[in-house]
Design a protein around this ligand. Sequence first.
Ligand SMILES: Nc1nc2c(ncn2[C@@H]2O[C@H](COP(=O)(O)OP(=O)(O)OP(=O)(O)O)[C@@H](O)[C@H]2O)c(=O)[nH]1
Ligand SMILES: [Mg+2]
Length: 257
Amino acid sequence: MADGAQQDKSVQVKLVLLGEAAVGKSSLVLRFVSNDFQANKEPTIGAAFLTQKCRLEDRTLRYEIWDTAGQERFHSLAPMYYRNAQAAVVVYDVTKAASLEKAKSWVKELQRQANPNIVIALAGNKLDLVQSSSPPTPTSPSFEDDEADDATATPGETPDSPEGSTNETLRQVPTDEAQAYATEASLLFFETSAKTGEGVVELFTEIAKKIPIDHILASTQGAAGRSGAAGADGQGNRQQGINLDAAASKGKDACNC
Ligand SMILES: Nc1nc2c(ncn2[C@@H]2O[C@H](COP(=O)(O)OP(=O)(O)OP(=O)(O)O)[C@@H](O)[C@H]2O)c(=O)[nH]1
Ligand SMILES: [Mg+2]
């Protein structure tokens, strides 16, 4: 039953991005969804919703991506976005040690309060800033353009990302340190650059491979009308506050809040 469904339609996977302000969450999503980069991307207000398909060998996933705002004033909204998520990308900036500490606190919060089966990846972004040469922007053969609606608004200040600052001395988070933490906390780990595209496709592909697709299909088919794979936690995690799933089901390609 599940096999047939896998061939016929893509599986929807709710993924949330979390992390300190200006670490590059929206830029990673923009790179993943549109293979694009904006040097002066404005801060996210509230959250943005985008979608992207991801083809694996034997199945297609459709990521429903909630890109949250990192500014502290939006912290309390986060549970609405990670509740029922099957995947999370927790982002830090390799040139800011404090952003890894913030990432760790997001991981703790996810491990305490999110779906117990959630796949969590740690992404150390802005890798280009600590490299002496930037690799070329990769294409994304496994991913299709999909409709996306970015709800970011209100231009804000432009965080630093100086051109030409390719200097290893800018690095504040050694790869080994982040990798060790990720291993200990059972997270996927990638260093990425939304600017060059390095590691971005790999990040989302590895997450896709770890998503328990059969489990999601079983829970969605077995509980029609209930939200996504949320049943995986067996605790009936339901939406509170803004009904994101209702909004998404109305127009999944154009949903925003
Ligand atoms: N050099 C470099 N700059 C980056 C990279 N990713 C993002 N930036 C820049 O960093 C700034 C912040 O990026 P955003 O994507 O808006 O960061 P964010 O995490 O979404 O920020 P909030 O929405 O406020 O939480 C922007 O000026 C980006 O252009 C990267 O990989 N390399
Ligand atoms: Mg953002």
